[in-house]
Design a protein around this ligand. Structure first.
Ligand code: PMP
Length: 422
């Protein structure tokens, strides 16, 4: 597959082809290696995804030919680097379906995106006695920043419950949206359970009461076609490293009417228009929220990852992964003593499970010896683990480069786990 140069936005972004997983796998050098003398099966993309050659090449090309600091220099390299960085912003804008590039802030990733909203919008709009509403299935990144804010302000963190399948209890959630609710913040897709939340319905409920909604899109962006305008959300965060781009880069979408009124986040270079000791004026959007030299190459790499996803087509990716997830779910359910954690009717990517009498870390260790990479632990979602009465699960997470063969290898290796520990 070819990816357009840094300076151009892919025009074939909407072309659809049949999904050819072997061709896709050919683009990912990291997948083709032996681990403990077994061919690698990578089932840990929810933690971080492997990178296609196109992203590696875009980074390498940028550093080799176009690298300089951005927005300041009149010289050629600075101009080229600025163009590449701003072009990446346009790619993110289109990928997320935002109306304007002014609504896209580059930052380190989802964690920083949520902290930015808590520290700017949150501090300006949440007061003593107010409430921030989240759900039981949030990643720590969408819990702790709100706890910190609530502690500072004397506000209350309110948590919507989930059922035994890992679905949000919508009646209870609606009840919890009250007169003191100042913000609703939830994951689009849960990293621990795979649940795809009914975010459109939630946004409608919140907006009827004039409450803005933040969506943590870390686990949605690699799997689902995004459209922040159609969703009508107010804040949406993504992480580059989960979408086959570099780590240390991500983006935050904020509806422009909100962003215009938000106080700045960090102070420093690039976020100002003029500085004197008497008075500093701030730069226009979105630069007001990007203090200091950013991860310039990271943004370029993220742009290349978006080109890559567009080339395949998010709808084709989603259809392929849905079929694979069904196959994996069936296969795992047939393993004796295995309990799936997270059985929502609408799910993406994640197969979380426990094996009776066997600690998840032991599962992970044996699977590693078989060349299979899965994640074990609480997945930075301890309250979800508590909800299911567990300390940890084993989690296999699927991405566009996984196959039925990967799942067959997992199932086969779980037999070894059961023999060793059963
Ligand atoms: N939210 C969810 C649902 C996640 O899965 C993750 C990453 N595991 C994060 C937030 C945090 O993302 P990052 O580490 O890229 O900031």
């Amino acid at each position: 597959m070819t990816v357009s140069s840094n300076a151009e936005i892919s025009t074939s972004s909407l072309s659809k082809r049949d999904f050819d997983v072997e061709r896709v796998r050919g683009d990912f050098p990291g997948l083709h290696q032996m681990v403990h003398e077994k061919p690698l099966v990578y089932l840990d993309s929810a933690a971080s995804a492997q990178k296609p050659q196109q992203v590696i090449d875009a980074l390498s090309h940028f550093y080799a030919h176009d690298y300089a600091n951005i927005h300041r220099g009149v010289h050629e390299l600075s101009q080229r680097a600025t163009k590449a960085y701003e072009n990446a912003r346009l790619k993110v804008q289109r990928f997320m379906g935002a109306r304007s590039e002014r609504e896209i802030i580059f930052l380190r990733g989802t964690t920083e995106g949520i902290n930015l909203v808590a520290q700017t919008y949150g501090r300006a709009n949440v007061s003593e006695g107010d409430e921030v509403l989240i759900t039981t299935m949030e990643h720590h990144s969408n819990i702790v920043p709100w706890q910190m804010l609530c502690e500072e302000k004397g506000a209350r963190l309110v948590v919507g419950p989930i059922d035994d399948r890992g679905e949000l209890d919508m009646d209870a959630f609606e009840e919890l949206i009250g007169p003191r609710t100042k913000l609703v913040a939830l994951g689009h897709v849960s990293n621990a359970l795979g649940t795809i939340n009914p975010v459109k319905e939630i946004i409608e409920l919140a907006h009827e009461r004039g409450i803005p909604v933040l969506l943590d899109g870390a686990q949605a962006a690699p799997h689902i076609s995004l459209d922040v305008v159609d969703l009508d959300c107010d804040f949406y965060t993504i992480s580059g490293h989960k979408m086959f781009g570099p780590s240390g880069i991500g983006a935050l979408y904020v509806r422009e009417s909100i962003l215009e009124k938000m106080p700045p986040y960090q102070g420093g270079g690039d976020m100002i228009s003029s500085v004197s000791f008497e008075k500093t004026t701030y730069n226009r959007l979105p630069f007001r929220f990007e203090a200091g030299t950013p991860n310039i190459a990271g943004a370029v790499g993220l742009g290349a990852a978006i080109d890559y996803l567009n080339e395949l087509g998010m709808e084709s990716i989603a259809a392929y992964e849905e079929e694979l997830l069904d196959y994996g779910t069936e296969a795992l359910r047939a393993v004796p003593g295995l309990r799936m954690i997270g059985e929502a009717s609408n799910k993406a990517s994640v197969l979380s499970f426990v094996l009776e009498g066997i600690h998840p870390h032991d599962i992970g260790t044996i699977l590693d010896q078989e060349g299979i990479a899965v994640r074990t632990g609480h997945h930075c979602a301890q309250p979800v683990m508590d909800r299911f009465g567990l300390a940890a699960t084993a989690r296999a997470s699927l991405a566009l480069y996984n196959t039925r063969g990967d799942i067959d290898r997992l199932i086969h290796a779980l037999e070894t786990v059961r023999k060793v520990f059963g």
